[in-house]
Design a protein around this ligand. Sequence first.
Ligand SMILES: Cc1cc2nc3c(=O)[nH]c(=O)nc-3n(C[C@H](O)[C@H](O)[C@H](O)COP(=O)(O)OP(=O)(O)OC[C@H]3O[C@@H](n4cnc5c(N)ncnc54)[C@H](O)[C@@H]3O)c2cc1C
Length: 599
Amino acid sequence: MPEYKAPLRDIKFVMNELLDSEQHYASLEGAEDATPDMVDAIIQEGAKFAEQVLSPLNAVGDQEGCTWSEEGVTTPKGFKEAYQQYVEGGWPSMTADPTYGGQGLPASIGIVISEMVGTANWSWGMYPGLSHGATNTVEAHGTEEQKQTYLTKLISGEWTGTMCLTEPHCGSDLGILRSKAEPNADGSYSITGTKIFISAGDHDMAENIVHIVLARLPGAPEGTKGISLFIVPKRLPNDDGSAGEMNAVSCGSLEHKMGIHGNATCVMNFDGAKGWLIGPENKGLNCMFTFMNTARIGTAIQGLGASELGFQGSLAYAKDRLAMRSLTGPKNPEGPADPIIVHPDVRRMLLTQKSVAEAARALVYLAAQQADVVHQGKTEEEKKAADAMLGFLTPIAKAFLTEIGFESANLGMQVFGGHGFITEWGMEQNVRDARIGMIYEGTTGIQALDLLGRKVLMTQGEALKQFTKLVHVFCKENADNEQLKEFLEPLQAMNKEWGDLTMKIGMNAMKNRDEVGAASVDYLMYSGYAVFAYLWARMAKVALDAMAEGTTEEAFYNSKVQTARFYFKRLLPRSKGHAEMMLAGADTLMDLSEDAFAF
Ligand SMILES: Cc1cc2nc3c(=O)[nH]c(=O)nc-3n(C[C@H](O)[C@H](O)[C@H](O)COP(=O)(O)OP(=O)(O)OC[C@H]3O[C@@H](n4cnc5c(N)ncnc54)[C@H](O)[C@@H]3O)c2cc1C
C-alpha cells in the first residue's frame, strides 16, 4: 500500500492561490475564526492524523474487514482507537453549529480534512462522513428537543449517524419504498421494515448510532410525496441524555463486497423500533436531500482521493521500476534499463492521474465554497446564487469525479504492471474501493438525469448560464493574454458549444422525452470535461502570473502549466466524442425490441 502523503502544496495552491480562501472566509458571516494561520494549523494537523493514524490502517481494514455477531459489528483492528483519537482531537465538531457544541468553522475547511482522511483510508472515513450528513440533517430539520438530544452527541462524536434509504427492492426509486411508521400515543412512531446496504449501520466505534430513516405514514400518498423522515436511535436516550436501553433495530447481517471492506455495509432490521418524525410529514425526501447533498460532495471526494492515491503510488513506482530503454536513447546508462517514467505511454497514465487529481481538488473546493456561502453568506441574493451553483456542480462533481477517479485508480494499477494486480502494493485495493463511488449516492445514470433534467432543462438552462457566464467573463478578462491563448480559445469554443448542445437536446426532448435519458450521461461527462477545462485554464493563469512576478517555486508553477497543456491536448478532446454521442438520438437505443437483445 502506498504511504499516503497529504499533497499540502497543491491543497494550498487551490485554497489560497486559485480560490483566494482568505478573502472568501472574510466575506462570510461568522467565519472570523477562519484566519489564514488557523486554517493552516488545522490542515497541518489533519494531514498528520491522515498520514500517521489512518493511512497505516487502510490495508488492515481491507484484509480484516468487519465481523458480525449477535452482539453487534466489530470493526477492523485499530479503527476504534483511531476514532477515539479523532473525537479527542475535536474533529467531528469542527464545522458544526456552536449552539450545540460545534466550532462553527466553514464547511469548506471540513472538506479539505475529509479529502485527506478519505484518501488515506476511505473505509474509515465513511464512519464520520455519514455522521456529518446526519448532523447536517438534524441541524436543518430537527426540533429544538431533537437538537439537544441528538445533535449535541453527533457533534461531539460520542454518537455516529447513518442514512437508511435503500430497501431490497429499491434504491434509485425511493418512491416505492415500503418501510412503515405507525404513530404511538406518546408522539413517537413505531418503525418497521428492512433497509439494506446501510453504511456504518452498526459498529463498535461509538456508544450509540443515530439512524436517519425514510418510511411511510399510514395512508400517506403513493410515490415520493408520501415519504417521511425519522430519527431512530440504536439505543434510546435516557432523560439525562445518555444512551439507554436497546431499541428494536438490529443489524441482521453484513454484505460481502468488492471493496471498502473496513466499512460495515449492513442489512438493518427495524422491528417496531421507536422513532421520531423529523421535518414535516410526507416531506421526508426533501429533508433527506440535505443529507444526500452532503453525501454527494463526500462521494465526489472519493473520486479525487482514488486519483490522488493511485497517482502517489504509481509515480513512486514509475521512477523506480526499470524496463527497456527510452526510445530516444538510454536515460539511465549506468543501469541495466531505464526507469519506466521515460516511456511516453507511462507518462500518459501518470499525467492523466495528476491532471485529474488536481482538477478534481479544484472542483471539490469550488463546490465547497458555494456550500459556505449557502450557509454563511451575508445576503439572501448571494445565498440563492450559490445554492443554484452548488446544485449545478453537485451531480457533475459526484458522477464525473467518481467515473474519472476510477479510471485514474485503474491507471495506477496499470503503471505497476503485474505488480498492480498483486495485493501487497495496494493498487488493486484502490481500484476495488473506488468502484462503489459510481453506484452509491445515486448512480452515474441518476446523477446525469438530475443534471440534464432537473438542473438544466427544467430551469430553462439558468444554472448552466450562470456557470458559462463565469467562463465567459474569465475568457474576456484575459483575452489579451498571449500565453493563455492556447487554453482560452478551446475553452471559449466549448463554452458556446455547451449551450448549443443543451438547446438541441431540449428541442429533441420536446418531440421525444427519451432523448433526455439517451443524452444524459454523455452530457454529464461533457460537462465534467468542460468544468475541468475552465479550472485548468484558471490554474494555468495563476501559475503564469506567479512566474511573471518572480518566484522561488518555478518548478511547481511550470508543472501546473504543463499539466494544463496535457489536459487541453490529451483529455479535453474526449468531449468531442461525448458531444457527438449525446446527439446520436434515442432511436439507436430504443428501436431494438426487448426480445431481440439476445438469441
Ligand atoms: C457498499 C454500499 C454502500 C451503500 N450505502 C448506503 C447507505 O449508507 N444508505 C443507503 O440508503 N443506501 C446505501 N447504498 C445503496 C445505494 O445507494 C444504491 O445501491 C444505489 O442508489 C442504487 O440503487 P439500487 O441498488 O437499488 O439500483 P437500481 O435502482 O435498481 O438501479 C439499477 C440500474 O438501473 C439504473 N436506473 C435505475 N433507474 C433509472 C432511470 N430512471 N434512468 C436510468 N437508469 C436508471 C441505475 O443507474 C442502475 O444502473 C449502498 C450501496 C452499496 C453497494
